[in-house]
Ligand binder design. Structure first.
Ligand SMILES: Nc1ncnc2c1ncn2[C@@H]1O[C@H](COP(=O)(O)OP(=O)(O)O)[C@@H](O)[C@H]1O
Ligand SMILES: [Mg+2]
Length: 255
């Protein structure tokens, strides 16, 4: 048998629903109606006056900010075409553009205007003052929200009767405590692998506990990596500073 043709899982049916960039089930973000309405209210003027306020949406990772924004953008497209409004939406992942200038250049390019991709590093002050945004905080899910979200995704990702409701509640609690819904997705995927390994057809509490332990190990590694990056930056900054030479041993033991 090929190395890339492993045995089929007796629990998973469509794992794409548990991937961090999966679309929301049913095409609409769950448990975020109030947030969706608030975003829509802030940009609704664009349909009447062509002008809208800028919104800066913030909150912890995995709270559904991106899925909400993408959903509202698709609704804007839909409403614009239904009302013959020549509004265009663009989506740019600012995590992939290197500077605010590149982000702005990407937006403008997607609108069909040619601008240089590089050369200018900073946005002029007058552009920044025009961008002045209204802030919007996306709060963490309450436990019921996390459980509902997980249940909807599990129904699609996992075969029926393989994850008992009690297990789902434990995963939702773990994800809530971690403050990131994606933690729940990963635990579920790892727990599935663990059960599959011993050819069990249901996930048990022990699988979830082991999966959560693995996840916590990965989280600690990430904290360590962030610390290491910060130290490397500090080291670079202070390389020529004599007063920092004595700290060298600390860098070495940590890097
Ligand atoms: N309200 C929601 N409805 C459906 N899926 C969600 C929701 N919130 C989070 N998700 C799932 O979690 C993943 C991470 O959400 P995302 O929008 O990228 O979070 P953020 O942008 O806040 O970091 C999404 O790809 C989706 O699978
Ligand atoms: Mg995001």
């Amino acid at each position: 048998m090929s190395l890339f043709n492993p045995e089929k899982s007796s629990i998973l049916q469509d794992p794409k629903w548990l991937q961090p960039l999966s679309d929301p089930p049913g095409g609409k973000p769950l448990c975020r109606d109030a947030d969706l309405k608030l975003i829509a209210r802030h940009i609704a003027d664009v349909f009447s006056s062509g002008q809208a306020r800028n919104l800066f949406i913030y909150g912890q990772p995995g709270m559904g900010k991106t899925v909400c924004v993408r959903h509202v953008l698709s609704e804007v497209d839909k409403h614009a075409s239904e009302t013959n409004n020549p509004i265009q939406t663009v989506y740019v992942n600012a995590g992939k553009t290197r500077t605010p200038y590149c982000t702005m250049a990407e937006i403008v390019k997607q609108l069909g205007v040619n601008v240089p991709s590089a050369g200018v590093v900073k946005l002029p002050e007058r552009v920044l003052s025009k961008l002045h945004p209204v802030l919007m905080y996306v709060a963490p899910y309450i436990r019921e929200g996390t459980t509902q979200l997980l249940r909807e995704l599990v129904e699609r990702a996992i075969k029926p009767n393989t994850v008992a409701d009690k297990m789902l509640t434990i995963i939702a609690k773990t994800a809530n405590d971690a403050g990131d819904i994606r933690f729940g997705f990963r635990i579920l995927l790892t727990a599935t692998m663990l059960a599959d390994k011993v050819r069990r057809k249901m996930i048990e509490a022990g699988d979830i506990a082991s999966a959560a332990e693995d996840e916590n190990r990965v989280r600690k590694l990430k904290v360590y990596e962030t610390l290491r990056d910060q130290l490397l930056k500090l080291k670079k900054k202070h390389q020529k500073d004599q007063a920092w030479n004595g700290k060298e041993f600390l860098y070495r033991s940590l890097l």
